[in-house]
Design a binder for this molecule. Structure first.
Ligand SMILES: Cc1cc2nc3c(=O)[nH]c(=O)nc-3n(C[C@H](O)[C@H](O)[C@H](O)COP(=O)(O)OP(=O)(O)OC[C@H]3O[C@@H](n4cnc5c(N)ncnc54)[C@H](O)[C@@H]3O)c2cc1C
Length: 459
């Protein structure tokens, strides 16, 4: 086995996969190794989705977050082509470059089997006006919705395209990266070592703690990021169908009267299902939906999130989010579920009340009381937002609207990288969600393409 490479990519998520794709396309003589701690695509099976267990048992590595395709593989596959949310890639590479990279990623997806995936747009539609009339602000974006099933097929096609050119190792949990005379030595948990002139770190959210340690070791500056805390809302699909049928995903922002806080909708899944997510052993909630109508449910789900950036005396936004999620794990043994009507009446949801609910949950979660878990400020913000959304989608504030908690969006600390996404250690790059610069499939993929072009050019 040849252990010397031009480039080692750590992590086979959207960023790592698109960097590998671009290297293959640009110059097949460049020797690239991709190391991934999770499994290959076909072996990624979550025991909850398979019906073997009804709650997260903390598999290591987690098949939802890790493996070929990363956290995005079993996701809804919504590629938002925008610089208004999903990360700040444009602040590093420029807005035009960021947009053109995302358009390029979209063209690759289409070429790899996404031709029939619909492209929606929130730009210039009548929804924006309706939102503004109720002090709600709809962000501009185009969104390509692949759906979980089509997303998996496209990733498999990309794998086939590059597999003869890129060495890909699964079950390769990278532990150490050390500077060597002519590049870096990369060591896995099984004590295998590989050498390369350049290392691209694309370890996503699941590798956040590890990445911070590596960056500290190299003396690369890190800046604390924000944490978003909230709930996943689930309701009958008809309540939002006049919006989701037109734009699919709508990112709506609302400023609350009470605290002047910004609350936003996030990750909308029409006819989808709610799922659990395991980040560093903490169980939170998420959602996805399939492209195939045969796999649709009768519910729509989306997140409502409040952003929190702690400054002084405590800067650990992620630790703050983690302790709130831990509290919900402690009380609910995982995810908590409450009817909106119960929350407003100040009582917990229990088995009996859930049995009477007209909205049937798509995730088996523990009925409970979210007010025991989510801080008052964030909970007040969420309640105010639900009433605001009821103005454009009447029924949102119905008693049987389901709230799952908690949904927490952790963001990696921002790694100091330049316009090439290179750190102050020459040859060491950080891309995708690992860098704290992107928070979405589209921008993470775009960052992979960008770094591949820059390195290929320099080589
Ligand atoms: C359930 C769910 C649904 C989502 N839906 C959407 C959506 O519809 N649209 C959207 O834009 N975003 C969505 N997201 C977010 C999106 O998946 C991420 O923004 C995106 O995957 C980031 O890509 P990435 O390559 O930076 O990191 P990841 O996809 O997280 O990939 C990182 C990879 O690195 C590997 N890794 C970590 N540490 C190591 C190590 N030490 N050694 C080796 N390998 C390592 C991990 O196993 C993982 O496979 C969703 C996320 C989840 C969890």
């Amino acid at each position: 086995m040849n252990h010397y490479y031009d480039i080692i990519i750590v992590g086979a998520g959207a960023g790592g996969v698109f960097a590998s794709y671009e290297f293959t396309k640009l110059d097949s003589s460049i020797k690239v190794l991709m190391l991934e701690k999770g499994r290959e695509l076909v072996s990624r099976k979550c025991p909850i989705s398979e019906g073997k267990v009804d709650h997260c048992i903390g598999c290591e590595p987690c098949s939802i977050m890790c493996g070929y395709g990363g956290a995005g593989s079993l996701s809804d596959g919504k590629y938002n082509i925008t610089t208004e949310f999903g990360g700040e890639l444009h602040l590093r590479v420029g807005r035009d470059v960021a947009m053109s990279l995302m358009e390029y990623v979209d063209s690759v997806l289409l070429g790899m089997g996404g031709q029939e995936a619909k492209l929606y747009s929130t730009v210039g539609g009548k929804l924006k006006r309706a939102c503004l009339q109720h002090n709600l602000h709809l962000l501009d974006a185009k969104v390509r919705h692949l759906g979980t099933d089509r997303n998996v097929k496209i990733l498999a096609n990309i794998y086939d395209y590059m597999k003869d050119n890129i060495d890909i190792r699964f079950g390769a949990d990278v532990r150490g990266i050390d500077k060597a005379a002519d590049g870096f030595v990369v060591t896995t948990a099984k004590s295998e070592t590989y050498m390369a002139k350049n290392v691209i770190l694309a370890t996503g959210r699941s590798g956040s703690r590890w990445l911070s340690e590596i960056m500290d070791g190299f003396g690369v500056p890190l800046k604390s990021n924000r944490v978003d805390i909230g709930v996943r809302v689930e309701l009958p699909a008809e309540v939002w169908s006049h919006i989701t049928d037109e734009v699919y995903e709508s990112k709506i922002v609302y400023k609350t009267d009470k605290y002047n806080d910004l609350v936003r909708t996030f990750c909308m899944n029409p006819y989808g299902e709610v799922v659990t997510e395991n980040t560093n052993g903490i169980i939170t909630v998420n959602g996805h939906s399939y492209a195939d109508p045969a796999l649709h449910t009768s519910n729509t789900n989306f997140a409502l999130l409040v952003s929190n950036r702690l400054t002084e005396p405590f800067e650990g936004s992620n630790e703050y989010g983690e302790s709130i999620a831990r509290l919900s794990n402690m009380l609910g043994g995982g995810v908590l579920l409450q009817r909106f009507g119960d929350l407003i009446k100040g009582r917990r949801s229990n088995k009996r009340r859930m049995e009477k609910s007209f909205t049937v949950p798509t995730l088996k979660a523990t009925p409970g009381d979210l007010s025991l878990v989510i801080p008052k400020r964030q909970l007040d913000d969420i309640i105010e937002m639900i009433y605001a959304l009821d103005e454009i989608a009447p029924g949102t504030s119905n008693d049987d609207t389901l709230l799952y908690g908690v949904e927490v969006k952790f963001y990696n600390s921002e790694v100091a990288v330049d316009e090439n996404l290179e750190t102050n250690v020459p040859g060491l790059y950080a891309i995708g969600d690992a860098s704290g610069v992107t928070h979405s499939l589209s921008q993470a993929s775009a960052s992979g393409v960008h770094v591949a072009r820059r390195i290929a050019n320099a080589l």
